[in-house]
Write a protein that binds this ligand. Structure first.
Ligand code: ZN
Ligand code: ZN
Length: 407
């Protein structure tokens, strides 16, 4: 027996006036999601606890079966793991942007959305004179984004951002958040690193050329979201399953990498509303010949919500429906779970704390009377109301992978 988890990012919503009191899931055409609900067992799920809105990083950790309140240690390390960088227990990672600074003030937090990968070589050998013992990795990832990893003794992720998160102000100084000597030391490393990278980037010929062409130079690197890898045991060790992840979003890939899942791409999958979702299903079906568990994440529903675009959200929901349709037609001896990593409200354009629908389809589920997939109908299902961390054990139990407690 195998399992596939399909996660629509922020797919659940609240009833919307402009949809006549329906949610986007209720208003969209979703015959395949409805089939999962009709032939499956349904419920609703509080990702963290009732009423608590989660970030996607925390939410995906919960869906993988880990209690974020116990294991979560900031976003930066998930981002680094998602970029394929190995992280050790004491390592600290931050995400960052190539930015433009003029007269001491940040004028563009994305340096004209520059493709930072052109600086990859140039930034491959960074060392601080004052901290020779700390290994520093600067890795451009997607567009104007990058990841920095610090490796060494006595580091802490409890440090504040250098990125001021707005323009027209100077970059901030990293500060210790918990007053520990490790955090003081890490903050000092980051502040010295900022100065070093600032000079290094200012000198780069591409930036000279960009200035001449009237383009914003990438002459500063502003870091944020320090984190250490989550303290989790790989799913392979807990349940003996071999898992894979098909996702684009770096933090989701990172959460999956922390869980010991192998990371895969799908052609045409973009992480946006224009994504080819069925392509992910095709990759997943191929992976099922080699893996026990495949985790598929589709980001577009959340992007559409943050943009307040209900039509786009419904369109991506229908793509997720096609993805699930492909799975239904191509898998055997497999459970399929469909859910969202949180509810996202089109009205407030943000994550909210309402529960999400969950439906599990497969050979030995206790089918209930729910006949369509939605926030409201799933609430009548046989799973009742569960928490995010319950999903993995429920699925692994269906796969006969959960150890008995007691004699
Ligand atoms: Zn999310
Ligand atoms: Zn979001």
């Amino acid at each position: 027996m195998k399992a596939v988890i399909v996660v629509g990012d922020g797919m659940a919503d609240r009833p919307l006036r402009k949809l006549g009191g329906r949610t986007p899931l209720e208003a969209a055409e979703t015959p395949n999601l409805d089939e999962i609900a009709r032939s499956g067992v349904c419920g609703i799920m509080d990702i963290l606890s009732p009423g608590r809105p989660p970030g996607s990083d925390v939410a995906n950790l919960a869906l993988l079966g880990y209690d974020p309140y116990k294991c979560y240690r900031g976003r930066g390390a998930l981002e680094a793991l998602g970029a394929g960088i190995e992280m050790g227990e004491g390592d600290v990672a931050l995400r960052g942007n190539f930015a433009t600074i003029r007269d001491g003030v940040i004028v563009d937090r994305r340096a004209g959305r520059i493709d930072g990968t052109i600086f990859k070589e140039y930034l491959s050998d960074v060392k601080l004179d004052a901290y020779q013992d700390v290994e520093i990795l600067v890795r451009p990832t997607l567009g104007h984004r990058l990841v920095v990893v610090l490796r060494g003794e006595r580091l802490s992720w409890r440090v504040s951002d250098i990125d001021p998160h707005k323009t027209g102000v100077p970059p901030l100084k990293a500060e210790a958040l918990d007053g520990s000597p490790e955090a003081e030391r890490t903050a000092d490393i980051l502040n010295k690193l900022y100065e070093l990278l600032r000079e290094k980037m200012e000198r780069h010929p591409i930036n000279r050329e960009r200035r001449e062409r009237g383009l914003p130079p990438a002459n500063a690197i502003i870091l944020r979201g320090a984190g250490a890898p989550p303290r989790v045991k790989p799913l392979r060790e807990i349940y003996g399953v071999k898992g894979a992840c098909v996702a684009v979003t770096p933090t989701v890939r990172g959460a999956c990498a922390a869980a010991g899942l192998d990371l895969y791409d799908a052609p045409g999958a973009t992480g946006g509303v224009d994504t080819d979702a069925v392509s992910k299903a095709r990759v997943a079906v191929k992976l099922l010949s080699d893996y026990d568990l495949v985790y598929i994440h589709v980001k577009g529903t959340d992007n559409a919500t943050h943009d307040g675009d209900v039509e786009a959200k419904m369109m991506v929901i229908e793509k997720i429906d096609d993805l699930v349709g492909y799975l239904l037609n191509h898998v055997e001896e497999t459970y399929i779970a469909v859910t969202a990593d949180h509810t996202s409200s089109i009205r407030v354009r943000e994550h909210v704390g309402d529960p999400v629908p969950i439906a599990i389809w497969g050979p030995e589920v206790r089918m209930d009377d729910v006949d369509a997939y939605s926030e409201r109908l799933c609430a009548r299902g046989g799973l009742g109301r569960i928490r995010g961390v319950d999903l993995m054990p429920i699925l692994m139990n269906l796969l006969d992978r959960v150890e008995r407690f007691g004699a």
